[in-house]
Design a binder for this molecule. Structure first.
Ligand SMILES: NC(=O)c1ccc[n+]([C@@H]2O[C@H](COP(=O)([O-])OP(=O)(O)OC[C@H]3O[C@@H](n4cnc5c(N)ncnc54)[C@H](OP(=O)(O)O)[C@@H]3O)[C@@H](O)[C@H]2O)c1
Length: 308
């Protein structure tokens, strides 16, 4: 397992993260086995959100692992807030953030979060309020570090103008079948759709600012449209290329799909969403596979993208 120093902080994290969005599909025993497998494989970073299973996933996580201070100290715990699923709107107001964190801490049975992310941008955001909430959370010791998810560079700059807390994470969807954050950079100045910059060069911005990118839904295509791995009907060339490389490196296709992300020199972390211990073991083998430049671009092209 490869470990990274997250954005020049004291946090030393595995480059593979266990995501907990789906663990409420499991029994408590199943969830415990999944978490223990992740830890045995060297994963020390666990991603949550207050909305996963409407709080059930955070609760199950701490109950399944029988949270205590010994286990807590071995983990980097991150959660997110800002989506009000009951009313179907975004809320980054001070009170909403503060209340959400209290709920998260009580469900995870911990006194502090290592990192709190703002889950999605709220166009009604008042950054002064976010800054106040962050200060209170930091002063009280409830949150050590802060970051965002699904934010573009200008939205990050806006928040950063008001808060002294450095935003250290931006969680974005990224995988071999969802390549938005690299597309426009590869096809600069071309008269094709791929060169259209949807997200304000967010990859290059995060690298410039030492913001660690975390790739969510690494094996999905579209917005939860399904898993591309093994889908020979929609992604024949991509799967064939990945399978060939899996054979070459003596690993599974899951490891190669993971390695395609970890190979990027931006030190992107991969957030696994599987509920199967065996897939965690497979994916962790992709933590540090030295895919060549040619192999990396071959996968990119096999997914239907142009390398001009
Ligand atoms: N910031 C955000 O907006 C955001 C949004 C979504 C998710 N997230 C985070 O990202 C994490 C991962 O998201 P995700 O669960 O969508 O990621 P994912 O790992 O791409 O997808 C997991 C799903 O794919 C299936 N799967 C995984 N590997 C497979 C394979 N080799 N063959 C066939 N099926 C496979 C899993 O089934 P099995 O369980 O049967 O393996 C599971 O249903 C979440 O847990 C959450 O922490 C963040």
């Amino acid at each position: 397992m490869k470990y990274l120093n997250i954005s020049n902080t004291e946090l030393k994290s595995s480059n593979i993260i266990m995501g907990n969005m789906r663990i409420n599909e499991l029994s408590l025993d199943g969830a415990e086995k999944l978490i223990r497998t992740a830890m045995d494989e060297g994963i020390n970073f666990f991603d949550h959100a207050d909305i996963y299973g409407s709080g059930e996933c955070e609760e199950m996580f701490s109950t399944a692992i029988k949270m205590n201070s010994d286990i807590r100290e071995k983990m980097i715990l991150q959660s997110k807030c800002g989506i009000n699923t009951k009313g179907n709107y975004y809320d980054l107001s001070k009170d909403y953030i503060l209340n959400s964190v209290d709920g998260i801490l009580s469900r995870l049975k911990t006194d502090y979060l290592d990192i709190l992310l703002l889950h999605r941008p709220d166009t009604l955001v008042e950054p002064e309020e976010v800054a106040e909430a962050f200060s209170k959370l930091k002063e009280s010791g409830k949150v050590k570090h802060f970051g965002v998810s699904n934010h573009n560079p200008a939205q990050i700059e806006l928040l950063q103008k008001y808060t002294d807390e450095k935003l250290i994470i931006n969680q974005l969807q990224f995988g071999a079948a969802h390549t938005n954050i690299v597309d426009s950079g590869i096809a600069v100045n071309m008269d094709i759709n791929q060169s259209f910059d949807r997200d304000g060069s967010v990859l290059e911005y995060c690298r410039l600012k030492d913001i660690t990118i975390q790739a969510w839904s690494p094996f999905q295509h579209g917005f939860f449209d399904g898993v591309f791995l093994g889908d020979m009907e929609k992604f024949p060339e991509l799967n064939q290329t990945i399978n060939e490389l899996a054979e070459k490196y003596g690993v599974t296709s899951t490891a190669i799909a993971t390695a395609w992300i970890t190979r990027h020199p931006a030190n992107i972390q991969v957030i696994l969403g599987t509920t199967k211990p065996s897939r965690i073991i497979d994916a962790c083998k992709g933590s540090d596979i030295p895919l060549t430049r040619q192999e990396w671009y071959k996968i990119y092209k096999a997914a239907g993208n142009m390398v001009p």
